[in-house]
Design a protein around this ligand. Structure first.
Ligand code: FAD
Length: 502
């Protein structure tokens, strides 16, 4: 098997992976491995923006309060402090590395999103924030003397030897497996797992690989029951679904049901800008009662095209003119708050393995993520991961050859399995959960684990991630943030001290 040795290995080319690589680039050789094209990530798809207290009348303290409140008593206050305090300097760093945030005259143009008490969302080209940031970072990275980006290369597993992570094993189309070994350590920045749900805004690459690999390697995961469902995906069946950013409601658009009722007033005092879980469940209830739901953005009128060019284009592709028509919307799996347990420097419980971005659980999101805090989390904690990891002494990379099953490549069969997993998860561990539904889901996932050949690596990663989410959801017998149990609908104060560690 081919072996390559470097100082640092970073898995993933979203904001977390790119920022980590650039921050490590001054300390040694970095190899970034990513399973598709370099820009294929949820980071690239991000629309609304990135939160930071940079506006007049705003402060890290206000940002902190909004984050903690939205996380429903489950955030780690120390992580949140780091996030909000480092946010303004992180915006300066992103700007230095080429991101051109939108401006209004000599000030930042700041948008408003749900649960934020003030306007604090920086954005790029209106609703193309993720593309703006990741393209700038990729440009910084290209030609960097210390960083090599290897695309279309899937990391299949971590290599653990004598109690530490030494590297990774990859598989890719056409070539055999390759072993990459790291003198300092490995950073997982593989993003989320939305693809395990039937309806999702997440990119096709988001199959939960990082969670599954960390679990197989023996690292701890935490808070996996907390999945965020975005209230407003465009209600057109496609995978991934098109997101209609919360910033659209921030600009005054409102939700209406097919009877023309502004129904959010019945569900929350903050109406259309209530926390995401509340809005998602409200829409779900309306739909369960047989009423379709729409976003009425006519108040934005002809400004829509300029402010939200990307969403506008997608709507037009489906024959909807947001300036005059109602936009049909539906909730979809969007983000996972739980993940690989890390400390304040991204260290996991497995020595020499770090995690950063959506795959990590730093504790900043608690039971529910505040809008636009996830790009920020990736960018902030990447700097801390790099600072810690670069101080490590070299480890031995003399490891025995790992055994690995050969990859199954039948895309059609793979797609059939994936569809089945997605439907099980949507039914059993979606917006509203019950113990009966979860138990059924868990037993169906077990059956599939026995049925699907081990060479379908992504399917097995999806199954492991699904199992962790459902077991954690079954364990938490209350409702909190993104986790709603129909059989335990109350938020119970004692559960705010409890975390499910896998
Ligand atoms: C449509 C959409 C809009 C969003 N809008 C916003 C927003 O406005 N603001 C905000 O803060 N957040 C937003 N989010 C959430 C946010 O985009 C993500 O949480 C964040 O970008 C995650 O960054 P990441 O670097 O951790 O992961 P990602 O950006 O998802 O990157 C993961 C990378 O890992 C790679 N990878 C995965 N598995 C493997 C493997 N086995 N081997 C090799 N490579 C692998 C992928 O190919 C990818 O390059 C949005 C999400 C979506 C889906």
């Amino acid at each position: 098997m081919t072996r390559r040795v470097t100082d640092f290995i970073v898995v993933g080319s979203g904001i977390a992976g790119l920022m980590t690589a650039l921050s490590l680039g001054k300390s040694g050789q970095v190899i970034v491995l990513t399973k598709a094209k370099e820009e294929q990530s949820n980071s690239y798809r991000a629309q609304g923006g990135i939160a930071a207290a940079v506006g007049e009348g705003d402060s890290p303290e206000l940002h902190r309060q909004d984050t903690l409140r939205t996380g429903v008593d489950l955030c780690d206050p120390k992580s949140v402090d780091i996030l909000v305090q480092m946010a303004p300097e992180t915006i300066r760093l992103l700007t230095k590395w080429g991101t051109r945030f939108d401006r209004e005259g000599d000030k930042w143009a700041l948008g408003r999103e749900g649960s934020h008490s003030v306007s604090r969302i920086l954005h790029v080209s209106g609703d193309a924030t993720g593309a703006g940031i990741t393209s700038a970072l990729l440009k910084q990275l290209s030609g960097h003397p210390q960083i090599e980006l290897v695309t279309h290369t899937m990391v299949a597993d971590l290599i653990v030897h004598e109690g530490a992570c030494r590297g990774v094993i990859t598989v890719d189309e056409g070539k055999g497996p390759v072993i990459y070994l790291a003198r300092k350590g490995v950073v997982l920045a593989t993003g989320g797992c939305g693809q395990i749900y039937r309806y999702t805004t997440n990119d096709l690459v988001s199959t939960g690989d990082g969670f599954a690999m960390a679990h197989r390697a023996g690292a701890a995961l935490i808070d996996m029951e907390f999945v965020q469902f975005h209230p407003t995906a465009l209600a057109v069946e496609q995978n991934p679904m098109v997101l209609v950013s919360e910033a659209v409601r921030g600009e005054g658009a409102v939700l209406v049901n097919e009877q023309g009722e502004l129904f959010m007033a019945r569900y929350h005092e903050w109406k259309d800008l209530a926390p995401r879980d509340v809005v998602s469940r409200a829409i779900y209830s309306e739909m369960q009662a047989g009423r379709r739901v729409y976003l009425d953005a006519q108040v934005i009128g002809s400004r829509f095209e300029e402010r939200f060019p990307k969403i506008y284009r997608y709507c037009r592709m489906h024959g909807i003119d947001p300036a005059h028509d109602l936009i049909p919307v539906t909730p979809a799996a969007h983000f996972i708050m739980g993940g690989i347990q890390t400390d304040l420097f991204g260290r996991t419980t497995l020595p020499r393995l770090f995690a950063c971005g959506e795959v990590a659980c730093t504790g900043v999101h608690g039971a529910n993520r505040l809008a636009s805090n996830s790009l920020l989390e990736g960018a902030v904690f990447a700097q801390r991961v790099a600072a810690k990891l670069s101080s490590y002494a070299d480890q031995s990379v003399d490891v025995p050859e790992p055994v690995y099953p050969s990859l199954c490549r039948d895309k059609q069969i793979e797609e059939t399995w994936k569809k089945e997993i997605r439907q099980i998860m949507w039914d059993a561990a979606g917006i509203v959960r019950t113990s009966e539904g979860l138990l059924t889901g868990i037993s169906r996932i077990k059956e599939l684990q026995n049925q699907i050949p081990s060479g379908f690596i992504e399917c097995h990663n999806m199954l492991i991630t699904a199992q962790m989410i459902m077991n954690a959801a079954l364990w938490r017998r209350e409702s909190r943030g993104g986790h709603y149990r129909h059989d335990f609908p109350e938020t119970i104060p004692e559960w705010s001290k409890k975390h499910n560690v896998i």
